[in-house]
Ligand binder design. Sequence first.
Ligand SMILES: Nc1ncnc2c1ncn2[C@@H]1O[C@H](COP(=O)(O)OP(=O)(O)OP(=O)(O)O)[C@@H](O)[C@H]1O
Length: 350
Amino acid sequence: MACFLKCVPFNVTPTITDKPTSKEGSLAVSGVTRYSWDDVEALTSNFSRLIGSGGYSSIYMARLSSSAKAALKVHVSSHRLYKIFKLELDILLRLHHPNIVKLLGYFDDSEENGALLLEYLPQGNLQEKLHRNSKQVLPWRNRVAIALQLVQAIEHIHEKCIPQIVHGDIKSSNVLLDKNLNSKLCDFGSAKVGFSSMVQPSTMSPRSRHVTMVGSPGYTDPHYLRTGVASKKMDMYGFGVVVLELVSGKEAFSAGKGEMLAHVAAPLIQEILDHSSVDVAEDSVRGFLDPRLLRDSIDIIDEVKAMLSVAALCIGSPPSLRPSASRVAESLIQKIPSLSFLGCGKKRVI
Ligand SMILES: Nc1ncnc2c1ncn2[C@@H]1O[C@H](COP(=O)(O)OP(=O)(O)OP(=O)(O)O)[C@@H](O)[C@H]1O
């Protein structure tokens, strides 16, 4: 999760009622099992296989049976991080969507230790898939499918959940991939729940016009950085940057060059906003496209332009002009024929 958390106080109201199940030592809440620490140790074979780590957690392989795998996210033990664990737990208990990581169970000592048992996504996160595994090129049709599935997950939390949820940290390492490269949004530790559209961090003093957080480098909405006002539009900004990553194969922030992808793309984005993606020179588009996809570029150039025009609108200013997640989903389905391999045009999951 991003350092967003340092600025926004959480008001986590426990909403979970535990009900006993037949399994000894475990409790279940709406199909989600509550585990004891002994269960957790057994499921992970004493935390023997680390499969991922984030700023505030470690993720271990867990086995529910000889064939069924899961991922156990253990939050670092502390009172402050326990609140983040509770926030993520409360949100995941409410969320059921094919493109959002599924909660299977949890451990909670009600003080400062918590762990989430999640469905296991064997292809890891999108950031690694795009940038670290250079031998295996992610095909174009999977990239557009991932963009659509991600925006459908965002649409679900923004527009279908009551109260609505803002994720607060949309980035490629928070997009996990299943064995068929379907995407699942994870990491709700930075989320805001139940405000109408905007939230202002209370740590912003009237004298200070700047917020202390910087967010995940390359993904944070500059409007949020300037004003401290968080809204659904900041998720759309993060989504726009992920689309730029999918198209270009470049990282959102290059530490070596100290360069942000949104800045690198700015001239092309401006051209698209000033004219229309249809009129933008094909050479400029090819110049931005992931070189590993250039071989197929003749067939996909119109789709690349459609993806770029979505990214341009999502990272544009002012935030009020950015499209909603449902508008983006509709526009991708309309303009990208490759999505038909998913049957996306026919049936929408929201
Ligand atoms: N269900 C899962 N299946 C497989 N791998 C996972 C799963 N959940 C998390 N991971 C791996 O662990 C990484 C970190 O997970 P996550 O983002 O939830 O942790 P975090 O502490 O909130 O991280 P961050 O500092 O990025 O916010 C993911 O990018 C992914 O590589």
